[in-house]
Design a protein around this ligand. Structure first.
Ligand SMILES: [Fe+2]
Ligand SMILES: [Fe+2]
Length: 293
């Protein structure tokens, strides 16, 4: 019997235009993890890609990062200014936007990527705020935040008519999209995104955090805490309700159970929400560099 699951499996296996990650990004990611890595080594790799090089230089010289300092003209100086982990974050973000920028037609890409880049930064802040252990590293939680909604773009591109019907119905009837998707397709965009990035050999905590970011209490996987962190970050970065009362947070789906399990309190969530607003402007700087949206 033909089901959405089998259609998706076929699409992910057979579509020739399905986004892939550039080799250069994989090399940067691999090299940066080595203890011996430094700005010169990473710079040598990045300089093989002219557009990545110019983006890193532009960013290092932007008002946000230069803080009035002298202009830098070499890639290794730019990396020193940004720091290795920020360089990794920027390279990953720009490569992923680049790979996905022409997918879909319904999605507002600017809003989509602003939300995704901000969720990535907030996910790291949430992870660092947890009093309980989260079993993934800082890079993994940032990548999961960045790609958590990528399933939306897959739906928009490869299952366009069905997806638009589902999303329009959600809008009309004020039903969260993931609930409608699950009811009609048997899975939500989180799970679809998880299957997509598994093809890129992403680490298990990233895949599972993406898969279950709308169902973080599912217990049948090993990275529940990672899914919970992405869930919390996603809720914090959904600015539909600007109220900051405890009630408004609960309405948005953050339960005491999840906060308790992560060892987070509501006051920290409220301050993270304020930080997320500030983070949006940094996301905007990075997004404008992509030149795609
Ligand atoms: Fe989502
Ligand atoms: Fe989201």
């Amino acid at each position: 019997m033909r089901t959405f699951r089998t259609d998706l499996r076929r699409t992910l296996r057979d579509s020739e235009d399905l986004p892939t990650l550039p080799d250069i990004l994989m090399l940067v990611r691999k090299t940066i993890r080595k203890k011996s890595s430094n700005a010169d080594k990473i710079g040598d790799i990045i300089s093989q890609d002219p557009s990545m090089t110019s983006n890193i230089l532009k960013l290092a010289n932007s008002a946000y990062y230069s803080a009035g300092g002298h202009p830098v003209s070499s890639i290794s100086d730019a990396i020193v200014r940004l720091g290795l982990s920020e360089t990794l974050r920027i390279c990953t973000t720009l490569s992923i936007i680049n790979s996905f920028h022409n997918l879909g037609g319904y999605t507002d890409h600017r809003k989509f990527w602003l939300h995704s880049i901000t969720t990535s930064a907030v996910a790291l802040a949430v992870k660092k705020s947890c009093r309980k252990k989260v079993n993934c590293d800082d890079d993994q939680i940032q990548v999961a935040g960045l790609v958590h909604d990528i399933g939306v773009l897959i739906l928009d591109q490869y299952f366009h008519e069905t997806a638009v019907e589902i999303w329009d119905d959600s809008l009309r009837n004020n039903i969260p999209t993931f609930i409608n998707e699950t009811e009609i397709l048997g899975m939500d965009h989180g799970e679809i995104g998880g299957y997509t990035i598994r093809r890129w050999n992403m680490a298990a905590p990233v895949v599972q955090a993406v898969m279950y970011h709308h169902q973080p209490t599912r217990r049948d996987h090993a990275y529940v805490s990672c899914a919970q962190v992405i869930h919390v970050a996603d809720r914090i970065c959904s600015f539909k309700d600007v109220g900051s009362s405890r009630d408004s947070i609960e309405v948005e789906g953050l339960t005491d159970e999840i906060l308790g399990e992560l060892g987070l309190d509501i006051d920290r969530i409220l301050s993270l929400r304020e930080e997320a607003r500030a983070e949006m402007s940094r996301s905007d700087v990075v997004l404008s560099l992509s030149g795609k949206v």
